[in-house]
Design a protein around this ligand. Structure first.
Ligand code: ZN
Length: 82
C-alpha cells in the first residue's frame, strides 16, 4: 500500500495532471498508474475533481463536492479511509 512508487506517484498526481512535470517523470508516473489500480483510481478521481473545479471556476472544490468524492474514494479503497 505505501510503496515508495505509490507515494511518489500520489505526491505528484496534481503536477502530473497539470502536465507540470518533466517528460521522464510523466512517463514514470504514467507507467506506474497503468500497473497500479489504486493509484490509477486516485488519478481518475483527482482528474475528475480538477475538471469539475475548472468548470465551476473555483480554485477549491466546494465542501459538498469534496465530501462526495471522499465517499467515492473510500468506496473504491476501503483501506484508505477513516
Ligand atoms: Zn501505486
Amino acid at each position: 500500500m505505501s510503496k515508495p512508487e505509490c507515494e511518489e506517484a500520489l505526491d505528484r498526481l496534481f503536477e502530473y495532471i497539470d502536465h507540470e512535470l518533466p517528460e521522464d517523470e510523466i512517463h514514470r508516473i504514467g507507467e506506474h498508474l497503468r500497473e497500479c489500480p489504486p493509484c490509477e483510481a486516485e488519478h481518475r478521481i483527482n482528474e475528475k475533481i480538477k475538471r469539475l473545479v475548472n468548470r465551476t471556476g473555483h480554485d477549491v472544490a466546494p465542501d459538498e463536492l469534496r465530501q462526495r468524492i471522499l465517499t467515492t474514494i473510500r468506496a473504491t479503497r476501503p483501506d484508505a479511509g477513516a
